[in-house]
Ligand binder design. Sequence first.
Ligand code: GCB
Length: 909
Amino acid sequence: MNIIFKQLINLCAIGCLFFSWSLHAQTVLDGRVSVDFSSNWKFRKDDDSLDRIAKQKQQTVNLPHSWNIADVMDDTPGYYRGATQYQNTLDWKTSWQNKRIVLHVGAANQEALLLVNGKEVKAHRGGYTAFNVDITDYLHRKENARNTIAIQVNNRFNQDIAPLSGDFTFFGGIYRKVSLLLLDQIHFADPQYGSSGLRLTAKLDARQNATINLDGAIQNASTLQQAVLIETTLVDADGVTVKKVQQKEKLKPHSHSNFQLNMVQIEQPKLWSPELPYLYRLITRIYDSKGRQLDRLDNSVGFRWFSFDPQKGFFLNGKPLKLIGASRHQDFKGMGNAVPDSLQVQDLVKLKAMGGNFLRVAHYPQDPAVLKACDSLGLLASVEIPLVNEISESPAFADHSFQMQKEMIRQYFNHPSIIIWGYMNEIFLRPHFPKDKDRQEKYFKSVVSLAQQLETLTRNEDSTRYTMIANHGNFELYHRTGLTKIPMLVGWNLYPGWYGGKIADFGRQLEHIHQQLPGKPLLVTEYGADADYRIHADKPIRFDKSVEYAVRYHQGYLNELIKKPFVAGGVAWNLSDFNSETREESMPHINTKGLLTWDRKEKNTYFLYQAYLRPEPFIKIGVTHGKKWGVRTDADSALLGSGWLQLPIFSNADSVELLLDAVSLGARKPVDRMVIWPVSLSRGSHTVKARAFHNGKLSGMDESMLDCEVLPYDLKRDKEWQELRINVGDNREYIDSLGNRWYPDQPYERGSWGYVKGEKYRLKNTGRENLGTDVNIRGTGDDPLFQTQLQRLESYRFDLPNGDYEIELFFAELDGPNDKENLLYDLEQREKKQDQKGIDRVFDIRIGDRALATDVNVRREVGAFRVLRRKFPLKVNDEGNLAISFIRKKGEPMLNAIRLKKINQSVNP
Ligand code: GCB
């Protein structure tokens, strides 16, 4: 069986094991018992804005848990960032009499205070790393005595704790598992930095013989001096013992002591790599003088060596390897950061299946299950602490950054997948003191000095990995201040072709950076384009949020990354869409640069990566769009009721053949791993089959069923249409929350439909090519439909056969005050504040002499950035040219979307 496949099965087994933990609550690992302590916590918010009764209200929750799942998605800016309490009970058992009880908290964002029976035991700051607390001495230790365990958690802004700001949501909660470790008086321990207390370094010499150095810490909580034996055993993937070493230690009473143990001369072990992530197991035990096992820890070991070369890129086990993959945020739709391990692991399985070999764990340490999955699947990884955008110059901020960096390194040290420790991301994005240049220079110096201290700390903690800082595109600033000199690797987050510039600028930027820093290995730590899976465009343009533009963008970037040897690698931003509460745009609160959606469905961009990166033959029919009318002229009559569909096929084949309803349409050559095949289809279901050919031989196949809706052009001759939905003022297709497609707008042409006169709404003072506003439209999830608009329009016309119809008009006022912040991540910072005054707009809507509505004033009726819908029944009986006129009274009339429904068509002789 293929080793990766085996690992996948193991990962599924891990998922099942976690599941069974919650059912059976206890897992015994010879010598230490881990009791799941995640169920039945009483939770309440200490929200000062609530009244006394609401404040007392408790909820029973299971961990992982977050209190921000709903409020990050609502229309009210902000989410609860404040104090909360979690409380549980623990009944003492006599069998625990000689045990130490250690509470392990996987993560609590971001300040936590642990109280046992009302006494404060430990405060922990920082929301992304674990902490351990020995609570034994605080417990009532009589059979069945009830103990209260409370954890106060607060996710308020605290200027001394990173992150201070960021394009992601700081979900509050105890969002990783909590367990009770029942330990012997003598056990491995790291009370200060939350690790297991055991660090292992696997090294290979020039002849590929290996050594494992163990650095451990043992707690002797007993009152006696104790002689112990430490034994460590290396076992291969088949369970065969490779080597065993032992060492005696004397432990003083009430002591915490360190030991070193070396396992040398491991002859030519199997190497770990993305193709073959071979893992050994290292079992380390403590025995007492009578041979009784006191504690045991198991770790995976992967033997590998690696290096970065500024000219030639990355090398693993002596071979060049281009690092390509994605960054990952940890949240998931409907769960915030409280995501079960099984779903987290699924992300890594998807990254591997995409053909990726590298994960940037951004912008903070994530669940250990993520790194375990990287070890098993053969994904290399970088992990970083959340110093994002800016720092505080306080000593407390620096101290806490050091603590976080140490916690991260010690807790994750043993993962063979990790090759890089990072500690800053775009730290000059929000430079303080913009109006005082001298003070600003001082601030820059503080940042550089903090970076230098973190660098030294990291190298002291771990001399086997590289260090990294990720910067944004303002090269000169990072260079001039000296920040680029500090880390061993410099990462660049580059977005030309998205926030500004052209896709083609990316290659030039890389050349420039390399020229300026020829001695520094270079990684592209971010690049990406929003791809709202509901938005499609035939002629995609920058910032239209269409999946099609994102595909084009990633093609351009991948070509450059692959071609330039000095680029060690690149990671797409981001593996999946993620929550960023302050963002608005087409999908408010979501950054849609994911290759997967927020609930991890594949977008076409994901398939593109598969076509670029998968080594074996690959073919996949992507998500389609572009169903258009067939009948435009008499010459087209044969196509009556047909539509053109843009069929995207992703493949690494030499050529691709397409079969439509079993009839071959010929073969085409993929360009940049893709064919866009325009196919004419009649209404209804069709099968499309794409066949891949490598060297003239059939190498793969994909099949898809298409249910084809056709947008009518000629409403009279085309008898089959039922409904026409137009995304007015927009040239993109949009799929709404009910699954209905809204089609691009068009100017009126005789015999068809469309607008007469009018101008598309444009965001003012922006370098972007925004189609419409980027402000959240309140009260709807279908923002893209209402964010675009036609202004100054005279009428909307339909040439219709006689009959009964229903017309629905949709309006949203897009000018005026809104509570949107300027979008921070516009890296070119071109956007200026919007016109805050607001325009008063009043108009009538008429059909001929009939007034449908008078004095329509959307702002007055519903407010700005809210939807007003108006529905009217219509009768057409003059073989009609239906013209809905918009008569200006004040300001300019406008329209955002229109829907025409056929109720009953008269039978014409
Ligand atoms: C960046 C940031 C990241 C953002 C991303 C974006 O450069 O590092 O946190 O989410 O850009 O999407 O704008």
